[in-house]
Design a protein around this ligand. Structure first.
Ligand code: FAD
Length: 413
């Protein structure tokens, strides 16, 4: 048998087979890149849609074969070599190589780091008990789905989007759900108070027991299996399983060890270039320096940064300036966000949350920064222009639902 070649060369090596990595390969070919491309991914699956994991896939409403980001024959047709099920453990920028946990060594001409993030893990006593789950990969989700039939009482730790989406799925399949959030409202890091309160009310109306201002002290177990979550208050909340959604840690260890600058992600310029020559970083693990200086965890960000990096590799330097957007599905509610609300100093609520269709508009110094649109796709579509133009509009006009946002824009700006 021919031995596997442990040392190979590619014109472009992409690390990470998720949203950003797969789009980089596609965009390279679209931009006319004719060199060899390797897409190295730790997960064994060909690139798939991650957001579905905590939504339709967890709910059993979508099979995995409907989650592929590209048709199965896409990669071979575009001569993208998929090297899956291997983890890049080292980067050597001088030798221009990456090494995998299988002992392979690949030389690169250009390197794109698109490794996303690992779920932030609990650090409290009991964290290692069985019955504690995270949702980041298909494997994580499958492990959780396997135990669901035997689990009735589910404690979710973390009131961010993933925790809330999982809560909605669990209620829809009849589980008892307690959601524990350390802060004084859900979605506190990403949304304004009206949005948080709306989702708290919705989840409570669907039977979720939400505990705000509740930090976890420890997990207790019997025979190595979790049986309760002990809160700092001393209360022990019974749990058959625990699902943790408390954010991610950017997966940048090998790149940071190689000397790429950045804390909490890798710093990149407007073309997604790192401080190391011919190494780009995109998606959840990249911290763009021309902008709000934060990492953005969204499909839009990963996809658009991938295109920016691919174009730069092909010699077309177009600074990343995409308008951020995001969505989340819970029950029959779709929230669509456009813009980033970082630093907002006032909020306008447009429409009545009691109707379950309304928008929250974030302003800074009177200019529109972002909108959260709940079951309100028209505001989402029309609000993008207000965000792009940093429109200054009388808050009373923004709140006036008798006029569409596009009309207000025309009249007032
Ligand atoms: P990923 O898609 O995570 O891909 C990174 C890949 O790199 C992974 O496959 C990982 O295994 C691999 N990898 C890591 N380290 C290495 C290594 N050293 N070597 C090789 N491979 C490595 N965003 C939205 O906009 N809307 C949503 O509704 C939404 N819902 C979500 C629901 C869930 C459950 C999750 C987990 C995320 C959700 N997101 C959502 C966020 C969105 O999925 C991410 O922002 C997006 O996937 C980021 O793309 P990425 O390419 O940066 O990382």
């Amino acid at each position: 048998m021919k031995p596997f070649n442990l040392s190979r060369s590619f014109d472009c090596v992409i690390v990470g087979g998720g949203h950003g990595g797969s789009q980089t390969a596609a965009a390279l070919r679209q931009s006319g890149f004719t060199g060899s491309i390797a897409l190295i991914g730790a997960e064994p699956e060909v690139p798939y849609d991650r957001p579905s994991l905590s939504k339709d896939y967890l709910a059993g409403k979508k099979s995995f074969d409907r989650m592929y980001l590209r048709p199965q024959d896409f990669w071979a047709a575009r001569e993208v070599e998929l090297l899956l099920g291997r983890h890049v453990s080292a980067v050597n920028p001088e030798a221009r190589t990456v090494t995998t946990d299988r002992g392979e060594c690949f030389t690169y001409g250009q390197l794109v780091w698109a490794a996303g993030g690992d779920p932030r893990k609990l650090t409290c006593p009991g964290k290692e008990l069985t019955g504690v789950f995270y949702i980041r990969s298909k494997a994580d989700c499958d492990a959780l789905i396997d135990v669901l039939p035997d689990a009735q009482r589910i404690v979710i730790i973390g009131g961010g989007y993933i925790g809330l989406e999982a809560a909605a799925v669990f209620r829809e399949i009849g589980k008892d759900v307690i959601l524990v959030e350390a802060l004084d409202r859900v979605l506190a890091r990403v949304a304004g108070e009206p949005v948080s309160r709306f989702y708290e009310n919705e989840h409570q109306a669907h039977g979720v027991d939400i505990r705000l201002n509740s930090s976890v002290a420890s997990l207790d177990g019997t025979n190595g299996r979790v049986s309760s979550v002990v809160l700092v208050s001393g209360e022990a909340v019974a749990a058959d399983i625990v699902v943790v959604g408390i954010g991610i840690i950017p997966s940048v260890g090998p790149l940071a060890a190689a000397g790429a600058e950045g804390a909490n992600g890798i710093d990149v310029d407007a073309f997604c270039r790192t401080s190391l020559p011919d190494i780009y970083c995109i998606g959840d693990c990249a911290r763009l320096q021309n902008g709000p200086g934060i990492r953005i965890e969204s499909v839009q960000n990963a996809t658009d940064q991938a295109t920016t990096a691919a174009k730069a590799i092909c010699g077309e330097f177009k600074a990343y300036d995409a308008t951020p957007w995001f969505w989340s599905d819970q029950y029959d509610l779709k929230i669509q966000t456009v813009g980033l609300n970082c630093g907002f100093d006032s909020i306008v609520t447009r429409g009545d949350p009691a109707t379950r269709s309304f928008s929250v508009i974030y302003l800074k110094n009177g200019a529109v920064l972002a909108l959260d649109c709940i079951n309100s796709p028209r505001d989402y579509v029309q609000g993008r222009k207000l965000v792009d133009n940093a429109a200054r509009i009388d808050p009373a006009a923004l709140a006036d639902t008798s006029r569409q946002l596009k009309e207000i824009d025309l009249v007032m700006s």
